[in-house]
Design a protein around this ligand. Structure first.
Ligand SMILES: [Zn+2]
Length: 73
């Protein structure tokens, strides 16, 4: 996956539900999995999705978590 593609996926991620920092989207080194995580190293919780086979799935799960937390506020 190209850097441009990764960036395009990253644009679709909502901010971290805990600290509001922009999320990071990345592909695993072997190219077999995709994750979304919080970029903030000082975030109190390491927020990261499981590894998914498709980028779409990783984005969906990350964004769903954000929405669920917004409801709790
Ligand atoms: Zn965070």
């Amino acid at each position: 996956m190209t850097k441009e593609k990764l960036k395009a996926y990253e644009e679709r991620l909502k901010p971290c539900p805990f600290c509001g920092t922009k999320a990071k989207f990345y592909a695993s080194a072997n190219g077999m999995g995709y994750n979304a995580s919080c970029r903030n190293t000082k975030c109190r919780i390491l927020v990261i999705t499981e590894s998914f086979d498709s980028p779409e799935e990783a984005i969906k799960v990350w964004n769903k978590r954000g929405k669920a937390d917004a409801i709790l506020q």
